[in-house]
Design a protein around this ligand. Structure first.
Ligand code: SF4
Ligand code: SF4
Length: 171
């Protein structure tokens, strides 16, 4: 069974509303571990990164070593790779990049894999990376494959405040 040890990357990379903590800023309560562990907010209690949860990711993937953390949302249909802005190319190193591209094979089944570097978003497909640049956090990313002239073409677009049901691929 894995444990966080002195990792603490989620205490830096994630925004914690209850603490008014911005993503990318170290939490003021982190000093080689959480100094308010018993009283930490629910968002901290419930967060489990993919490395912690997976027996398929070895120690090289511990977020403080990899310099990025990963977590799933949308019932496991989206994987977010949150990169430490101090090491923006960390996810491009090996063995990480090749494995991330392998994970992206699931995109053909409706999975979404998004690399987040501060507010920059890059949607990963098996054979290409679509860099959307800086994306307003209130806006929604919609990605997948569209059929064009009988060919399946990857797309990733930013929709402003549209409910998911109204989002449609470009044709
Ligand atoms: S990023 Fe993962 S391993 Fe690191 S402290 Fe957070 S939950 Fe634990
Ligand atoms: S309250 Fe504790 S667990 Fe939550 S972000 Fe701060 S240091 Fe991390």
């Amino acid at each position: 069974m894995k444990s966080c040890g002195d990792c603490g990357m989620c205490c830096k990379l994630l925004a914690i509303q209850a603490l008014e903590k911005e993503a990318g800023d170290w939490c003021g309560h982190f000093k080689r571990g959480c100094t308010i562990y018993a009283d930490r907010p629910p968002a901290c209690r419930s967060f489990i990164c993919l490395w912690l949860d997976s027996d398929k990711l070895d120690d090289a993937w511990r977020p403080d070593r990899a310099k990025f953390l990963m977590y799933t949302e949308k019932d496991g249909q989206r994987l977010n790779v949150i990169v430490d802005p101090a090491y923006p190319a960390a996810w491009k190193r090996e063995p990480y990049y090749a494995r991330i591209k392998t994970m992206a094979q699931r995109v053909v089944d409706g999975y979404e894999l998004v690399v987040c570097i501060d507010k920059r978003r890059i949607v990963i497909f098996p054979h290409e990376d679509v860099d959307l640049g800086v994306v307003d956090p209130d806006h929604k990313i919609v990605s997948g494959y569209a059929l064009r002239d009988g060919e399946r073409v990857p797309y990733a677009i930013v929709m402003s405040n549209l409910p998911e049901a109204d989002a449609a691929p470009p044709v």
